[in-house]
Design a protein around this ligand. Structure first.
Ligand code: GDD
Ligand code: MN
Length: 356
């Protein structure tokens, strides 16, 4: 680290009542030569408040306002890392749940130890997450951390709190183009995609100064998606959607038959419902980030639908052909056809329907 100058990146979404206090407390504690970089996606007057405070602040305050926010909180952090003036950056929330007085501690530790990342952890001696007032969220957070550390045993070996939004890092050690930021868990994204050295400093997660949390259920969905993608690309989510589709298909059919609908009609209704359901899940869970880029919704649906028709037309005769003309054992022919159909569908969707 050159001197102790650093860029303090603060992602904000409607944090107007917190900005003045945040800048005041940061100014009182950060070393000379630091800048504060607010990356804002707000719909309230946060940008005006930031501009006003920048006029009088002793520490330089810069504002990036994104009119078209991509990647949510994580996307804002990556933008901040791209635009930072200094090599060392501290990422922290704008609601004062991350004590500004910890910033110099993180930077000192980075300089003293020569590591790539200094994580402010709630989960080592001296730290605590009592500021997460909701006990249910504390339990979910603990379970998620345990699962995540199990999935990335090497990369997260030295990080007890991969979900924290408070850390310092040497941005030259991070390949920003390799990141696929999705919502809140940007530190996890960074650690899982690089081989970085990490040390931790304990901190006490405080109460929010003002306003309310932006964490929603959809953040949970984004997190599951992020985990799946970090581990195996889109494949597991795609497989899960396939399994859900098959289960739904059978359940709908059984339900209809149970209420007296004839078998063929039940099967037809179940097939249509499954095709529609699969399409929605594939849009929302498997390719959400590519929807905006290529074809229109109608064209995506038509292409997916045509693939279904073609696949159905081949799936019956193909095993039969293999058994009759290539002497393949029937179970192998059936299984092989299913696997091939699964892979062909994935390739078709990724390369044709959702091609960016
Ligand atoms: N630019 C931008 N865009 N900022 C955002 C967005 C967004 O879409 N969503 C949230 N933020 C900002 C908030 O304004 C705040 O400064 C910070 O990100 C954290 O958001 P909160 O709404 O305060 O989240 P939290 O307190 O529930 O969650 C915090 O603690 C979690 C651990 O329990 C965050 O630090 C999480 O990253 C962390 O996992
Ligand atoms: Mn918060």
């Amino acid at each position: 680290m050159t001197g102790s100058s650093a860029t303090i990146i603060v992602p904000t979404y409607n944090e107007a009542p917190n900005i003045v206090e945040l800048v005041r407390r940061l100014s009182a504690t950060v070393p000379d030569g630091c800048e504060i970089l607010v990356v804002d996606d707000s719909t309230d007057d946060t940008p005006d408040v930031v501009r006003a405070v920048a006029l009088t602040s002793t520490v330089p305050v810069r504002l990036i306002h994104r009119d078209e926010p991509v990647g949510g909180l994580g996307g804002a952090v990556v933008e901040g890392l791209r635009e930072a003036s200094h090599r060392w950056c501290v990422v922290m929330d704008g609601d004062l749940q991350h004590p500004p007085e910890m910033v110099p501690v993180l930077l000192e530790t980075g300089r003293g130890t020569g590591v790539d990342v200094v994580v402010a952890s709630r989960r080592i001696a001296g730290g605590s997450s009592d500021g997460l007032a909701d006990a249910r969220r504390r339990v979910v957070s603990s379970a998620a951390i345990t699962l995540t550390r199990a999935m990335f045993p090497r990369r997260l070996r030295d990080c007890t709190d991969p979900m924290t939004g408070f850390f310092a890092l040497d941005r030259q050690r991070v390949d920003l183009d390799a990141l696929q930021p999705e919502g809140f868990k940007i530190l996890l994204e960074i650690l899982a995609r690089h081989r970085l050295t990490v040390v931790e400093e304990p901190f006490v997660f405080a109460e929010r100064f003002a306003g309310t949390s932006k964490a929603t259920l959809s953040q949970g969905v984004r997190f599951v998606r992020q985990l799946a993608r970090l581990r195996f690309g889109r494949m597991p989510m795609f497989a899960l959607v396939g399994v859900l589709g098959a289960v739904a298909n059978l359940a709908i059919m059984a339900g209809l038959i149970a209420i007296g609908v004839p078998y063929l009609a039940g099967a037809a209704v179940a097939a249509v419902a499954t095709i529609l359901g699969n399409f929605v899940l594939q849009e929302v869970l498997v390719f959400p980030d590519l929807r905006a880029e290529g074809r229109s919704l109608g064209s995506r649906f038509a292409a997916s639908f045509l693939f279904n028709v073609g696949e159905a037309a081949l799936r019956l005769p193909l095993p039969w052909l293999l058994v009759e003309h290539a002497a393949v054992p029937s179970v192998l022919a059936q299984g092989g056809t299913l696997v091939a159909a699964f892979l062909a569908r994935f390739v078709f969707l990724a390369r044709v329907v959702y091609r960016p």
